[in-house]
Write a protein that binds this ligand. Structure first.
Ligand SMILES: [Zn+2]
Length: 137
C-alpha cells in the first residue's frame, strides 16, 4: 500500500493543486464580496454569488492546532508525526492541514511557512514547516 495521494482533478479544487505544482499557494476568493472560500467551491457561501477566482496568497500562517500521532495506522506513515492545522495569514478563516515529522515542541500561534511536497503520483501538496525566521516575539 503506497502513500495516500489527493484527488487533484476535482472541478472545485483542481486549481489549488495546479497552483501548488507551480509553487504557489492559492485560496478561492469571492470576486464580489472578497470572502475567502475554503473548502473551495465555485459558489460563495457568504454572499451567494458565483463570481469566484483563485487568489495567490503568501505562504505564511500561524499554528492553530496540532496533535502528535504515535499509533501507526498506515504502512506509509511511520510514527511519530504531528498533524498541524495552520491559519493562513492572508486569508482569514482559512485553515490548512499538514504534517510535520516527529514530535516537535510547538506552541499556539507559532509562525509557519508553506512548503511544496511532491507526492508519489507526481502531484504536489502544500505542506507546512515551522518558520524559524517569522517569530517576531
Ligand atoms: Zn461573496
Amino acid at each position: 500500500m503506497g502513500p495516500l495521494v489527493p484527488y487533484t482533478h476535482d472541478r472545485d479544487t483542481s486549481g489549488f493543486f495546479e497552483a501548488a505544482a507551480e509553487g504557489r499557494l492559492v485560496v478561492r476568493t469571492c470576486t464580489d464580496c472578497a470572502a475567502s472560500i475554503h473548502p473551495p467551491t465555485a459558489h460563495c457561501p457568504h454572499c451567494g454569488g458565483w463570481n469566484t477566482h483563485w487568489r495567490h496568497v503568501a505562504g505564511t500562517g500561524r499554528l492553530h492546532s496540532w496533535t502528535t500521532v504515535t499509533h501507526q495506522i498506515h504502512p506509509a506513515y511511520p510514527t511519530p508525526y504531528t498533524l498541524v492545522v495552520v491559519a493562513v495569514d492572508a486569508a482569514p478563516g482559512v485553515r490548512l492541514i499538514g504534517a510535520l515529522p516527529g514530535a516537535p515542541v510547538l506552541h499556539a500561534e507559532q509562525p509557519m511557512r508553506v512548503r511544496f511536497e511532491k507526492l508519489a503520483d507526481g502531484s504536489v501538496l502544500p505542506q507546512w514547516q515551522i518558520d524559524e525566521t517569522g517569530d517576531a516575539s
